[in-house]
Design a binder for this molecule. Structure first.
Ligand code: KIV
Length: 286
């Protein structure tokens, strides 16, 4: 039987000084292949707003859309932990609606949720989730849902003071019960220092080599999304070229009568065909 990745698995990996992998996925087949490949955590990131739905920012996606993708991914996964990003404003109005939205994500197949930020209110939401049995992944450094208050896609924790401030936030998240913390767009040295001073594992998203986990947006990793490429994204494939190549070949074959071939169609039985041909002859002789 496959052993499901749990919060304990992730903590053990960190405690043993090992590494774990996190990739985003948004559909059933991709999630299934990532699971088969041994990815430890599959994140339905709200990055899907930009890379899969074509929105300008992650602000435009809501609970309903995230639910659809959560269900699809969860159906494809056996081993990995499935984590859903709580979208913009889905946990910020009040604790009750936050818990309702979180609870729905779990019902749709998430094993945990990710929540950005560290205000007193958010710490309370995290505490209530964990008390209710929902593991929470924190997210500090550059937090895309705060893009407008941060003022741009800016690196965070660039000074000694800023590093200590992120560490202080991370400790509060840890006390509130998160099982891991994403550090996004943080200098490597700052992320290393923060990670060394926490019990829970950190996950680097452009935060260097010293976090226990690494996360990447799968469309960047696969070379599918091409509107822009973050410095920390590494392209392991060129799906854009593959898709263009396949689509062009298909288009050519359709327009030149090469698709479908005789092997790619359904046929009538000989008796049915005889009757049809007879009907054709009678019809033409009238
Ligand atoms: O939305 C997302 O995909 C994320 C990860 C990149 C951490 O938040």
């Amino acid at each position: 039987m496959i052993k499901k990745v749990s919060v304990n698995t992730i903590q053990k990996i960190k405690d043993n000084g090992e590494k774990f992998s996190v990739l985003t996925a948004y559909d059933y087949s991709t999630a299934k292949y990532f699971d088969e490949a041994g990815i430890d955590i599959i994140l339905i990131g709200d990055s899907l707003a930009m890379v899969a739905l074509g929105y300008d920012t992650t602000h435009q996606i809501g609970v309903e859309e995230m639910s659809i993708f959560t269900k699809a991914v969860a159906r494809g996964v056996n081993r990995a932990m499935v984590v859903t990003d709580m979208p913009f404003m889905s946990y910020n109005i009040d604790v009750e609606s936050a818990l309702t939205n979180v609870c729905n994500m779990v019902k749709f197949g998430a094993n945990a949720v990710k929540i950005e930020g560290c205000s007193d209110y958010i710490l309370n939401v995290i505490r209530r989730c964990v008390e209710s049995g929902v593991p929470v992944m924190g997210h500090l450094g550059f937090t895309p849902q705060f893009l407008n208050t941060i003022g741009g896609y800016n690196i965070q924790g660039k000074s000694y003071d800023a590093t200590l401030s992120i560490l202080d936030q991370a400790r509060k998240l840890e006390d509130a019960g998160v099982f891991s913390i994403v550090l996004e767009m943080v200098p490597e040295e700052s992320a290393q220092y923060i990670s060394e001073n926490l019990r829970v594992p950190t996950i680097s998203c452009g935060a260097g080599r010293y976090c226990a986990g690494q996360v990447m947006v799968s469309d960047d990793m696969l070379g599918k999304f091409s509107d822009f490429k973050p410095k920390f994204a590494r392209k392991y494939g060129d799906m854009k070229s593959l898709i263009l190549d396949c689509a062009r070949k298909y288009d050519y074959d359709v327009k030149h009568g090469n698709y479908p071939s005789a092997e790619e169609v359904f046929n009538l039985s000989e008796d049915e065909l005889k009757q049809l041909n007879l009907h054709r002859v009678v019809k033409n002789s009238l």
